[in-house]
Structures are given as structure tokens and as C-alpha cells.
Design a protein around this ligand. Structure first.
Ligand SMILES: Cc1ncc(COP(=O)(O)O)c(C=O)c1O
Length: 456
């Protein structure tokens, strides 16, 4: 099979072997070693076990390899100012972060009053969005959430958020950390393409509001499992009518709204109260690189916390650190700026479009293949499917997908992922880097068929 002639994307070794290989790296001794020895050690012991994001056979996860202009910026940050919390820490860094945030608001067509803050990751961006939503709810109830917390609500147990059953698990983390608990999440049904079913959502929202206090709805613009984009505009209308905060989790998908043919999918995004985005996922920007946008810049005032040594009240210099919690903040804006300036938007958009086209072309080819069941039509660069060889027993199909996933992942020649949809085990492609082609995806299908034949 072709599979055996490819370069490895990683060793495919099992955890016990990887642990043995890495042990010498953590043998901390009194004496240091030369850079030459260190290089040899890392090359031999670690590199084979790292995943090569830069090959077309990497078809499983989100982070893409760093783009050249982004790498340039990341090196400058490392040499000069890694941290940029405020003017004292890095005057140019603090100002660049502010300017970059506003420029991104314009790029995404957000409202003229919108603003952005850089975050460590999408998880924290979502968490801060829920905090701000809860804060606004408290204001409407006549108290300051920053001071009183949940105790200010007459019945904190009645607070609810609504999100798709396919929404990212970071929402549950946020609810745990905010002290609301996972039970305050009401999951919404999805349609055949795994987007929130707006008609049913309308009913759920109405029902919930009879006895509970719904303070936030989360729509996902690019779900983790299938890349589906929830219908933002009709959801905006429902939220406006109910005076509920709308957060759009665009951690994975938002960048694709820059690709003209995909833009209509994101219609209404400018009307959301907040939007999260992870350039470290699809844009080839080094981790950590995430943002949280708000529709009204004054919304960030809910995050302000002054410390006399660092953030004194009457300081008028740029201070991005007042818009989100971390007081050590990486200079994430720089690699994003250098990447987009180096490539130009035309090239950046072409890079974004490549994996979307690859997935779409593969889905078009597969829809008439009798042994492949597509679980949805792809909105973005993710596609879930099952292989169903003729005559294969239905009750063994979950095991078959699992077997194929495990075989592929232990061979190290290519990668794929696996998830569950409606309780069925399914194989999942994530095409994120510009080097993934429909041919590379179809080679994976040929190999999956080969493995399936061996499983009979
Ligand atoms: C839709 C969505 N939201 C949030 C997150 C969390 O982002 P991060 O991994 O940057 O914390 C992910 C991660 O996969 C995601 O897909």
C-alpha cells in the first residue's frame, strides 16, 4: 500500500516507549551539557514523537504549522518583549495590541464601537464571555456582580445558558469555574447538518424563560466535531427579543468568514455581544493566540481591576491588561500582525481557503460511494464519516471505526481523529493547513478501505 512509502508524521510509538525515550531529557544534573549534545538529544529522543503538522497526511487536529511571517514576529517577541500587559511593560507592545485588536474588528466587519482583547486560548475567551454575560445580567438585576458574585442573585440555581449539543466542552469548564455548575447548561438540538435547529431553539428558550433566568446563548461558528456554523442571524433576533447575551464561539471557524464564498455563513456575527477566535488554530500563528471581541467597547469595563503598583486608576496610557485577567500577557499580537502584513490578505485568504476546498471536494467525491456514509455536509474544514463495507454487521460498525482509527494512529504515517455523533462512533477529518489536498484525503480513504477489508 502507498501508506508504507510515505514519510512518517510521527513515530506511532506507544506511551511506554515514548516515556523511555524521553527519560534522559528530564535527568536534571548539576552540570549542563553543550548545545551540540542537547541538539542531538532532542533530535534523537523527542523529535520522532512530535506530530508533523506540516504534511498533507496530518488530518486530525486543529493547530497548523507556523506561517513564515508569524515565525518572524514570534522571534522578535522572544528577543525583545515577550510580555505586553501595559505601557510600563512594553509601550510599543501595548499599543500594537490595541491597534491590532481594532484593525481585526474592522477586518471582520464588526461594529465601529467594537473592541478586542488577546487571550491565552479559546477556553479562556469563552469563559470571560460568560463572565461578562453574567455581569450584565446582574446589572439588570440592580447589583454589581464583581462585588457580590452569585450571592447577589435571588436564585442562582435558576441561571441558565443555552448552547448546541455540539458546543465545545470549554463552556462546561466556564460554568464550573463561575460556580454555576454544568447543570446550568441547556443543550439545543441540531439539524441534519449539525447546526442549531432555530425553530426548536425558539421553543426551548420560551420554555426555559417561564421558570429560569436565561442570561446567555452561545452559538458556535465552526463546531469542534463537525465544523458546522450555527445560523447566527436568526439566533441574534431571538436573543434580542429576549434580552439575552449572545456569545459566538468562533474559536475554530471565525477566520473562514474572511473567505468570500464562506462569508454568508457567518451573517449576523457583527450583532453578537461577544465573539471568540483562535488564530492559533487555523491561521498558522504560534500558540498562544486567541482573542475575544465585544460589540460595545464599554463591555470590557466589567473586567477592570486596579492595582497601585501596576494599573493605577488615573493612568491614561494604553493598558490592554485591563480588558482580561492575566497580568502576564504574551505579545501575541506581533506574530499575527507580521503574518498578515508579510503575506497580504489575498495570500492569507488563499491559505485559509485551501483546506476548505479540499474537504468540500472530498465530500463531493464520497457522497456517491456506497461504502462511505457522510454524517453531514461540511460547512468548513471538518468532515465526519463512517466506513460501512457491504455486508458488515451493523452492531460491529462502532468497533470497525475504532479499529481503523487505532491502526492509523499507531502506524504514524497519517493521522485522523474519531468522535461520537448521536452515540455512533465516527471517523473525523480536520483539514486545517494549506498543504492538505483532496488527493491526500482520498488516499486516506483508500487506506481505510484496505484496513476495513482486513477487519472482515
Ligand atoms: C469551537 C471551539 N471552542 C473553543 C475551543 C477551545 O479553544 P482552546 O483549545 O484554544 O482553549 C475549541 C478547541 O478546540 C473549539 O473547537
Amino acid at each position: 500500500m502507498k501508506n508504507n512509502t510515505k514519510a512518517s508524521i510521527y513515530s506511532g510509538a506507544q506511551p511506554e516507549q515514548v516515556a523511555l525515550d524521553l527519560e534522559p531529557l528530564v535527568d536534571f544534573q548539576n552540570q549542563g551539557i553543550s548545545l551540540k549534545t542537547l541538539t542531538k538529544l532532542v533530535k534523537e529522543r523527542l523529535l520522532p514523537h512530535l506530530m508533523r503538522y506540516d504534511l498533507p497526511e496530518f488530518q486530525s487536529m486543529f493547530n497548523s504549522f507556523p506561517e513564515e511571517g508569524a515565525e518572524f514576529g514570534a522571534k522578535i517577541a522572544l528577543t525583545y518583549n515577550q510580555g505586553v500587559t501595559n505601557w510600563q511593560v512594553s509601550p510599543g507592545g501595548a499599543m500594537l495590541e490595541e491597534l491590532c485588536g481594532r484593525a481585526l474588528c474592522r477586518l471582520f466587519g464588526l461594529s465601529p464601537d467594537s473592541d478586542a482583547t488577546f487571550m491565552y486560548c479559546g477556553t479562556y475567551a469563552n469563559q470571560q464571555a460568560l463572565y461578562m454575560a453574567l455581569h450584565r445580567k446582574a446589572e439588570k438585576n440592580g447589583f454589581d456582580f464583581a462585588r457580590k458574585g452569585l450571592q447577589g442573585f435571588a436564585n442562582p440555581g435558576d441561571l441558565r445558558i443555552l448552547a448546541s449539543c455540539d458546543a465545545h466542552f470549554s463552556l462546561k469548564h466556564a460554568l464550573r469555574i463561575l460556580g454555576l455548575g454544568e447543570n446550568s447548561l441547556v443543550t439545543l438540538d441540531v439539524d441534519r447538518n449539525r447546526r442549531i435547529d432555530v425553530k426548536r431553539m425558539e421553543g426551548t428558550l420560551k420554555n426555559q424563560r417561564r421558570t429560569k433566568e436565561v442570561f446567555c446563548v452561545v452559538a458556535t461558528a465552526g463546531t469542534t466535531s463537525t465544523g458546522s456554523v450555527d445560523p447566527i442571524l436568526p439566533i441574534v433576533k431571538l436573543c434580542e427579543n429576549s434580552d439575552v447575551w449572545l456569545h459566538v464561539d468562533g474559536a475554530y471557524g471565525l477566520a473562514y468568514s474572511l473567505v468570500p464564498a464562506w462569508k454568508p455563513l457567518f451573517s449576523g456575527i457583527e450583532l453578537a455581544d461577544s465573539v471568540s477566535w483562535d488564530p492559533h488554530k487555523q491561521l498558522g500563528i504560534p500558540i498562544p493566540n486567541s482573542l475575544l471581541f465585544v460589540r460595545r467597547r464599554k463591555d470590557f469595563r466589567r473586567m477592570v481591576l486596579h492595582a497601585d503598583y501596576f494599573n493605577p486608576e488615573r493612568d491614561s496610557t494604553p493598558n490592554p491588561g485591563l480588558k482580561s485577567a492575566p497580568s502576564t500577557r504574551p505579545f501575541s499580537a506581533l506574530s499575527l500582525v507580521t503574518s498578515l502584513r508579510y503575506q497580504g490578505m489575498a495570500k492569507a485568504i488563499k491559505r485559509l481557503r485551501a483546506p476548505l476546498d479540499a474537504i468540500k471536494a472530498a465530500a463531493d467525491k464520497l457522497k456517491s460511494e456506497p461504502d462511505i456514509e457522510l454524517c453531514h455536509q461540511p460547512d468548513t474544514g471538518i468532515l465526519c464519516f463512517r466506513i460501512i463495507p457491504e455486508g458488515f454487521p451493523e452492531k460491529e460498525l462502532d468497533h470497525l471505526q475504532q479499529y481503523i482509527y487505532e491502526r492509523i494512529m499507531t502506524e504514524g504515517k497519517r493521522s485522523i481523529s474519531m468522535t461520537k455523533l448521536d452515540n455512533k462512533t465516527v471517523l473525523r477529518w480536520v483539514a486545517i493547513s494549506p498543504v492538505v489536498t483532496s488527493e491526500a484525503l482520498m488516499e486516506t480513504i483508500f487506506y481505510i478501505r484496505f484496513l476495513a477489508r482486513g477487519a472482515f
